[in-house]
Design a protein around this ligand. Sequence first.
Ligand code: ADP
Length: 258
Amino acid sequence: YQISATPYQEQNGKVQKWFGLCADIDTHIAALQQKEEFISIASHELKTPVTSLKASLQILDKMLSVSCDKKVTALLNTAIKSADKVSFLINDLLNASQYNAAQLQLRKSWFSVSLLTEDCKIVAKHAGCELVIQDRSSLSIYADSLRIEQVLVNLVNNAIKYAPDSGVILLEVEEVRGYAVISLTDKGPGISAAKVSQVFQRYYQVDSKGGQYTGLGLGLYICSEIIKKHGGEIGVRSVEGEGSTFWFSLPMGQPRYI
Ligand code: ADP
């Protein structure tokens, strides 16, 4: 139950009566849990057919690439890209329902941050963007490397998606008072001051109409859950029309240099 009370005061300030409200929110919570469960099951069910759809399209693409005309190959490429996108969205939904249920288990180990940043360079290159890494720290951290890679790739993908054709993306790594701080700066459109504090909220999108890039508004929420679970912080500095710097910090535990 959610209980609240409001005083009704006379002109001299003396409390004359109290108004009480007692709301049964159990049904509301149960409905929310049901919704989460449905999203989790539905995304699990969708994952397998989409994966096989993509694999079939890729095989078809290989079989036809020698003999077929360019129009067919172009159509197949579009179909593969769409399958990829659906698969990304399903992963986001799956992740979000897992994180909400606090089922995220971290598998921590010591690893070099530079291994992840080099992977990001490949991701950016694949998308035709230039990513410059500034890292003089050679840090090694104790964290879940797959989850941290997921965060970094998500931020890099956002920079590619929301700040295309805006020059290089800068990835910086430094140590600040026992924390590894990783930041990603783009020279894209930026985010207005009014909206910047909300981008880590679940399902939040700056342009709610979807704009050119449709997503689910879950990527940054998932990033923030992963970083919080590690005991770190995540944030963004942004100036509209100039660009954004997304950053996160991770406790390094016993600092080790490699
Ligand atoms: P999605 O990309 O699915 O919309 P995210 O949680 O990744 O969800 O991002 C939330 C919103 O933050 C996006 O809709 C976008 O408007 C904004 N955003 C994220 N990254 C950037 C960026 N690098 N530059 C400008 N806006 C961004």
